[in-house]
Ligand binder design. Structure first.
Ligand code: SF4
Length: 212
């Protein structure tokens, strides 16, 4: 069996798999259906979440292999579950970029938008210091549909408003790009989601099922 992967490639990005934990169980999440594998990469950390220095070592190995346009905190879990590691690694990437260690690249976070609830504080000011772009899975135009689609754990049942607020805070903190998305196969009226995204100041993205 192959070893679990902390850093992997997809399209022109280098992706970081910090955790498999997530407070949601989205109807469209592929991690179970694909048995924790993503195009040949085994993303099942089996509880062994990498320390910051392990992530940095894996990045140093991967980034020198081939060109890349962005580094993305994503994986099969919610990256803000590991906020301290996320911030430390992103700060390191930002430092490398300042030193021109690699050709120019963006630092992106893919998130379910529950980071403020998960961490019991407003984490956006911290993220805005080290993250250029954020893609938030908004998924629905209202709390009721959101709950049906993302199936949050009990303590996150009222999380929809926090997700919208997270998006609004990201735009207020002037991140370079703030995108709020929903999946094209799950929603009857994507224009309603677009309205919520745009009212929060974000760019709307109707993502296809397997976009990262
Ligand atoms: S938020 Fe992401 S990782 Fe979590 S269940 Fe939904 S799709 Fe899967």
């Amino acid at each position: 069996m192959s070893a679990p992967v902390v850093v992997y490639r997809f399209k022109d990005g280098v992706y970081i798999n910090l955790t498999n934990r997530c407070p949601n169980l989205c109807t469209f999440c592929i991690k179970t259906k694909w048995k924790m594998s993503f195009y040949g990469n085994d993303l099942n950390l089996a509880g062994n979440e990498p320390a910051a220095m392990e992530v940095i070592a894996a990045l140093e190995q991967e980034l020198k292999k081939a060109p890349f346009r962005e580094v993305v905190f994503c994986g099969y879990g919610e990256p803000t579950m590991r906020l301290e590691v996320l911030l430390f690694v992103a700060q390191t990437l930002k430092g490398w970029r300042a030193q021109c260690k690699y050709p120019p690249f963006s630092i992106r976070l893919n998130t379910n938008g529950l980071g403020n609830l998960i961490n019991h504080k407003n984490i956006v000011p911290l993220l805005a210091q080290v993250i250029d772009e954020v893609n938030v899975s908004l998924n629905a135009p209202n709390a009721e549909l959101w709950r049906k689609l993302v199936r949050p754990e009990p303590e996150y049942q009222d999380g929809y408003e926090s997700v919208v607020e997270f998006i609004r805070l990201c735009t207020e903190h002037k991140m370079k790009r703030v995108v709020a998305s929903c999946v094209d196969t799950t929603i009857p009226d994507s224009q309603a989601v677009r309205r919520v995204a745009e009212e929060a100041g974000a760019e709307f993205y109707l993502r296809s099922f397997l976009d990262a």
